[in-house]
Design a protein around this ligand. Structure first.
Ligand SMILES: [Ca+2]
Ligand SMILES: [Ca+2]
Length: 236
């Protein structure tokens, strides 16, 4: 079962390799007499990071002195808050008049990157909540909002995209009539630029509408997409 021996140089493929090696070897001789210049460029791209910071509402149980929610120890004159700090707001302003009861609550927190959650519990038609957050650009170049998506859940189930845009009014209407209205007053708009390190205040209000179901919990999510300042132009 002997197979005829082949010398490596009888193989056409191997012969080709042998020649190539010889040529390469000859090249080394010339390389010592040649010179090469290089241009080396280094380009560091900027960092981009926009986050929410310092979010609060006027019915989160914390009177901050700037949100119109009284502390239990110091209820302002004309501020109808017999139940202390979290008496329910009856309009959408920062210094809202209040109902005589503390039934509902409206809590804000910062979720993942760029996510601002607002959770409203035990509210009822006519209940308002004023919501404020600070946008902070932690990157190194000015950023502009390119889009805002408002989504909602009802009792943990997605209601879907409520609306897109950077300012104005959005309705949460999972089944026919509106359950909630959400209004971005101090918005993030396509003609604004957020400079690095300078907090920008964004605010709005939420109103519970007659279409809301009793015993439900709603969650609103405001998701903002940011782009470098020169990449966004307002629609004509
Ligand atoms: Ca508060
Ligand atoms: Ca309350």
């Amino acid at each position: 079962m002997a197979i005829g021996r082949k010398h490596w140089y009888r193989s056409p493929a191997m012969l080709l390799i042998a020649l190539a090696t010889m040529v390469a070897g000859a090249g080394i001789v010339y390389a010592t007499w040649s010179a090469t210049t290089h241009i080396k460029g280094t380009i560091d791209t900027a960092d981009v990071a926009v986050v929410w910071d310092n979010v609060w509402t006027n019915d989160d149980g914390v009177g901050s002195g700037t949100d119109g929610e009284a502390s239990a120890a110091a209820i302002p004159t004309g501020y109808n808050a017999p139940n202390g700090t979290s008496a329910d707001p009856s309009d959408g302003a920062v210094n809202a008049t209040r109902f005589d009861y503390n039934v509902g609550s409206c809590l804000a927190n910062v979720g993942g990157a760029g996510v601002f959650n607002v959770t409203i519990a035990d509210a009822y038609p006519g209940y308002y909540c004023y919501v404020v957050g600070h946008v902070v650009n932690e990157g190194s170049i000015p950023m502009t909002p390119s889009d805002v998506a408002v989504t909602a859940t009802k009792d943990g189930a997605g209601v879907g995209v409520v609306g897109t845009g950077t300012e104005g009014e959005f309705e949460v209407a999972p089944s026919g009539g509106a359950d909630l209205t959400f209004n971005i007053m101090e918005g993030v708009t396509c003609d604004m630029t957020v400079d690095p390190g300078v907090p920008v205040e964004v605010g709005g209000w939420v109103r519970v509408e007659p279409g809301a179901d009793p015993g439900a919990t709603y969650e609103l999510l405001l998701d903002v997409e940011w782009m470098p300042f020169n990449q966004v132009t307002c629609a004509p």
